[in-house]
Design a protein around this ligand. Sequence first.
Ligand SMILES: Nc1ncnc2c1ncn2[C@@H]1O[C@H](COP(=O)(O)OP(=O)(O)OP(=O)(O)O)[C@@H](O)[C@H]1O
Length: 263
Amino acid sequence: MADDSREKLLVVQVHESEDIHHRYNHPKFQIRNLTKVSDAGAPILKGINLDIPKGIILGVIGPSGSGKSTFLRALNRLWEPPSRTVFFDDSDICDLDVLSLRRKVGMLFQLPALFQGTVADNVRYGPQLRGKRLTEEEVCKLLITADLDASFMNKNATELSVGQAQRVALARTLANSPEVLLLDEPTSALDPISTENIEDAIVKLNKNEGMTVIMVSHSVKQIQRIADLVCLLVDGEVVEVLKPDQLSQADHPMAQRFLQLSS
Ligand SMILES: Nc1ncnc2c1ncn2[C@@H]1O[C@H](COP(=O)(O)OP(=O)(O)OP(=O)(O)O)[C@@H](O)[C@H]1O
């Protein structure tokens, strides 16, 4: 199949995926021919085309170095994509105010970076930048949503375990009331219980608040546990978009190899 036809097919596949179509019919993100070349001239992203329906959990998997983080970072302009390649609610993200885009499209990284002060100070940070001070009750509510006990509020943020800190980082991101959550391997540094806590929080946010979640993960099993759709990135290209229970049917040769090695 010609590359062009394959890319078009992937977009159509998302639209035609029946459940997804019924539940979530408008794309939150439309990505059109998104390309990145390194300073040395090496292709990093090779013309990605993808629609991400509103309200889904999209898992992004693929071998190391395939461009997953680069792709994710383009969605809130941590890497500035070329204009007319990434559309958020039908607007070219390059035309949006970057700070308000990042409030709507929040991001959580592999390792949480909390600053000195209490947990509450960290959670209040985003709204405070806009002159709004969250009440104790609002901070408590965010901690509970991030699967943390409200008693954490006055703890020193630098004295938490990595798993607890990651949940505080999640609460801090949620304080901006994002519409989309970008997660770049958010549990890869966590033990199984902390991983489960974060997964539970993500699933609840998606189910209860309709939050769109785009999560890069190295764990195929994790994606199968929580994602509605899986996008498989190989060598800078989206080679498959599938439901998690169809992953074994991926027919791209690299996809098969990756799945065998990671199962
Ligand atoms: N700013 C940059 N300049 C040059 N090369 C880069 C830059 N950013 C990323 N790359 C390269 O682009 C490729 C994709 O990197 P990226 O981090 O997006 O992949 P990944 O799939 O997230 O990898 P991993 O799973 O190991 O985190 C890699 O070969 C990386 O070395």
